[in-house]
Design a protein around this ligand. Structure first.
Ligand code: XIL
Length: 335
């Protein structure tokens, strides 16, 4: 009932989780994505190593198969991701020059993938995890990205000289994405440990502004994805109020917010922890549902035995038998 009101007010709202065709228990997936989750993200099938294993040769097989699964179950589909320093094909980073990377390799990959997946994709993580963890307030967008200390802002040839010294690789990815994506597909910067009032969140906001200024992509096509891989026992999560404040900062710019990869590790699956987990899940979902500019909410892995955080982390909505946990009821009450 809450979801219906939200859709009436905002036009769309996508609630979903990850799926890959090689996951166990297909019958469970079909039934759960047919009734509970209504939106699909491929967990690994649209990453660069899967989609361009040989340079210049596009292979969207698994990415398209997950999209077909979504369509067959009446679900929508979002894309993750076109650029990430991790899960790259074996030919990357290689020994390419900065200009080969920025002028050819990135645009070619982004075009192949975004054009190949079609205009119905709700949003793309155009760049994933490009901001560092050791950032401080007041850093420029370039400093935020250099702080990451990963390819391609670090040395590629052992010379000690960084491969790229500006953000043109990010502009190249966004310019290409904008050219080939559907006219309402949102284009996102996606990162973890973001959402509240802190230096890393300031960095992703600076970065999206910097991208807009350097590409002229309209703000209403840009988004920030807040991954939200949380840890309950160590306080590794934001309050509803902190999220709401960040989302409204973005709304003032015209930029969308999305919760893209939510899971919550708990110290044990005691009743107390499962209730704690449910409360945090409800806060995050409410922050997104009630924000004018948050249209997507995605859980990373649909059940504990499939979770990248390990089954013992009990980090998802469904237990290892596929049965709903307290957090699933918490979420369902809003759908
Ligand atoms: C993870 C997948 O869940 C794993 O199966 C894979 O082995 C590694 O990547 N941030 C991201 C996701 O953006 O792509 C990651 O997914 C989890 C962290």
């Amino acid at each position: 009932p809450i979801l219906a009101d939200v859709v009436a007010k905002k036009g769309t709202f996508h609630f979903g989780s990850t799926y890959d065709t090689y996951e166990a228990d297909q019958a469970w997936s079909t039934s759960t994505f047919g009734t509970f989750y209504r939106h699909v993200v491929s967990e690994n099938g649209c990453k660069w190593d899967a989609t361009e294993p040989t340079q210049g040769v596009s292979d969207l097989g698994e990415c398209l198969a997950t999209q077909s699964f979504a369509t067959e179950n009446g679900n929508t589909f979002r894309g993750h991701n076109t650029f990430w320093h991790s899960q790259t094909p074996s030919w990357l980073p290689g020994s390419f020059s900065a200009s080969e990377l920025v002028d050819t390799i990135i645009p070619q990959h982004v075009q192949q993938e975004i054009q190949g997946m079609g205009a119905s994709v709700t949003s793309w993580d155009v760049v994933n995890e490009v901001v560092g963890d050791g950032v401080s307030n007041g850093m420029t967008a370039l400093q935020c990205v250099q702080n990451k200390g990963d390819w391609p802002t670090v040395t590629a040839d052992g010379s000690g000289q960084p491969l790229v010294t500006d953000l043109s690789f990010i502009y190249a990815a966004f310019n290409t994405a904008y050219e080939y994506a559907g006219s309402s597909t949102r284009l996102a910067v996606n990162d973890y440990n973001t959402g509240g009032q802190d230096a890393k969140t300031s960095c992703v906001i600076s970065l999206i502004q910097n991208i807009q200024e350097n590409t002229n992509i309209p703000y209403d096509r840009l988004a920030i994805g807040f991954q939200s891989h949380l840890t309950a026992s160590t306080g590794g999560f934001y309050t509803k109020q902190a999220l709401a404040s960040t989302f409204s900062t973005l709304a003032a710019l015209g930029v969308s917010a999305m919760i893209t990869e939510m899971d919550i590790e708990v110290a044990s699956d005691s009743t107390a922890y499962l209730r704690y987990q449910a409360a945090i899940w409800g806060d995050y979902l409410d922050a997104c549902l009630y924000a004018s500019n948050c249209f997507e909410f995605i859980n990373w892995d649909p059940r504990d035995d499939l979770s990248w955080r390990g089954a013992a982390a009990a980090a998802t909505l469904f237990d290892t038998n596929g049965n709903p946990k307290p957090a699933a009821y918490e979420v369902a009450a809003r759908l």
